[in-house]
Design a protein around this ligand. Structure first.
Ligand code: NI
Length: 158
């Protein structure tokens, strides 16, 4: 298990447009393993490479309850978005104080590569779709404070 430091608000690496992954080697495998360890340790649903200071297009996501649904997205691209949208709350490990509402497509279909360079496509909905959109935004330097629509107030409805 190798944890990496999660880059926090104010670090310019979070605003970079990430470069494609070109080498599917042991270094990439190590990065993806470390990103998963770091995500699980921080109890996050997803983590993008720039959040550990690496300006490459790589993401890990696990939205399962029992933390057994790890998926790796290398050079991911969203190829279809549903017209139907979802409005819900989002947080980010790089902005631990921030939590609020964001509109996302209800369903997205993406194309990505695995750690060996094999291309795959997957269609996901609801929380999984939200996580894909959030993490892919990171790869283009788009971060939560720039697109949050309304803050979540803990004492608002609960
Ligand atoms: Ni994030």
């Amino acid at each position: 298990m190798a944890l990496r430091n999660i880059v926090k608000d104010g670090d310019p690496v979070l605003l970079k447009n990430c470069k494609p992954v070109e080498k599917f080697d042991s270094r990439l495998a190590q990065l993806l393993d470390d990103m998963a360890d770091t995500m699980y340790n921080a109890e996050g649903l997803g983590l993008a490479a720039p959040q550990v200071g690496i300006i490459r297009r790589a993401v890990v996501i696990d939205v399962s309850q029992d933390r057994s649904g790890l998926i790796e997205l290398v050079n991911p691209v969203i190829i279809e978005r549903s017209d139907e949208s979802q409005y819900g709350t989002e947080g980010c490990l790089s902005f631990p104080e921030m939590y609020g509402y964001v509109t996302r497509p209800k369903t997205v279909k993406f194309r990505a590569q695995d750690r060996f360079g094999n291309e795959y496509e997957k269609e996901v909905s609801d929380l999984f779709a939200r996580a894909v959109c959030h993490e892919l935004d990171h790869l283009d330097g788009r971060v939560l404070p720039t697109y949050i629509e309304a803050p979540y107030e803990a004492d608002e409805s609960e």
